[in-house]
Design a binder for this molecule. Structure first.
Ligand code: FE2
Length: 323
């Protein structure tokens, strides 16, 4: 069953195609983030300009024709309203034109499911870390339960904001990680409460250090502190749920340092640890297609006129399928 998935929740317009769980295409085009961050209207305009080409590219990459596509999924949320609408419009148009079933997909579930699939894990605890989200989750029956999460901003937004306040460009996590190489540790605020955590205090404290310490030491210290917070909360969740597997997913899962820290912790407890390749941790259409294929196989198609977007669409609202 060839299913196409459209992702447009933030800076990426991604189109993926899966066939019986196998990714056969994963095309994408990205909005370049400048010093002002993401301007929703501009990002949406970029997606509109790229949409037709990326869809065409994915179909070519899969080596199929449009007629062979049997279902479509799109990101319903969470994300930026302007951007989500472009994906919704593209998906509805394709569904109508090709006369195929459509299903809305939660972006976070896409990240978790593709990590599970690529890492060959069956029932992992998931640490989902991206720009807007930072959560610890586990699937019980046909639903994910959020065991822990950020009290304020997502870790990715924190790292992007830090980069902007230190005037490091492109302002995102990988630039912070590169700057942090060979840095020395400076004391930073550390906030973990049970399995929840908070990043704004850390960001404010670090931003005030600009000029007083070098960028290398600030980036290193923020990174070590934030990742240690995530690792501590994840360790607690692993032990409380008696989980035997762990995956990390989402944009920030591209960080080598975070993966090293989690791997070390998982090894201490004899827990199998896995993650997807970077291209599937960055936003992509394949993860949406993967979830859509499963949802359609479980009869979850939606009525075209009822398809919409939800900027704050939480993972635990979604009824999935039992394994
Ligand atoms: Fe994402």
């Amino acid at each position: 069953m060839a299913v196409i998935g459209i992702e447009s929740s933030a800076h990426t317009f991604g189109v993926g195609i899966v066939d019986n769980g196998k990714v056969v295409a994963n095309a994408k085009a990205m909005y370049k983030i400048g010093s002002k961050g993401m301007i929703p209207r501009e990002v949406a305009e970029t997606h509109l300009n790229n949409a037709a080409n990326v869809i065409q590219e994915a179909v070519q990459e899969a080596g199929i024709t449009f007629k062979e596509i049997e279902g479509i999924g799109y990101t319903k949320g969470p994300g930026i309203g302007h951007c989500l609408h472009v994906g919704l419009l593209s998906a509805k148009t394709l569904a109508k034109k090709l006369n195929i079933p459509i299903v809305p997909v939660n972006h976070g579930i896409g990240h978790i499911e593709i990590a599970k699939k690529r890492a060959k894990l069956r029932d992992p605890l998931a640490l989902y870390v991206s720009g807007g989200n930072s959560q610890i989750l586990k699937k019980y029956g046909d639903r994910y339960k959020i065991l822990g999460e950020t009290f304020d901003i997502g870790i990715g937004n924190m790292l992007d904001s830090l980069a902007r306040s230190l005037e490091l460009y492109p302002a995102w996590g990988s630039t912070v990680e590169k700057t942090a190489e060979n840095g020395r540790y400076i004391e930073m605020p550390y906030t973990v409460k049970g399995m929840d955590f908070s990043f704004t205090g850390l960001l404010t404290h670090a931003s005030k250090m600009k000029g007083k310490h070098n960028d290398k030491d600030i980036c290193f210290s923020v990174q070590e502190t934030a990742y240690a917070m995530l690792t501590e909360a994840t360790e607690r969740a692993l032990l409380l749920t008696n989980s035997k597997e762990l995956c990390v997913c989402g944009g920030v899962a591209q960080s080598k340092r975070l993966k090293r820290m989690l791997k070390g912790m998982a090894e201490e407890h004899n827990i199998k640890f896995g993650y997807a390749e970077d291209t599937f941790n960055a936003d992509n259409g394949a993860m949406i297609a993967l979830v859509a294929e499963q949802m359609l196989a479980h009869g979850r198609k939606a009525k075209l006129q009822e398809c919409g977007i939800e900027q704050r669409y939480r993972i635990d609202e979604v009824k999935l399928w039992k394994e």
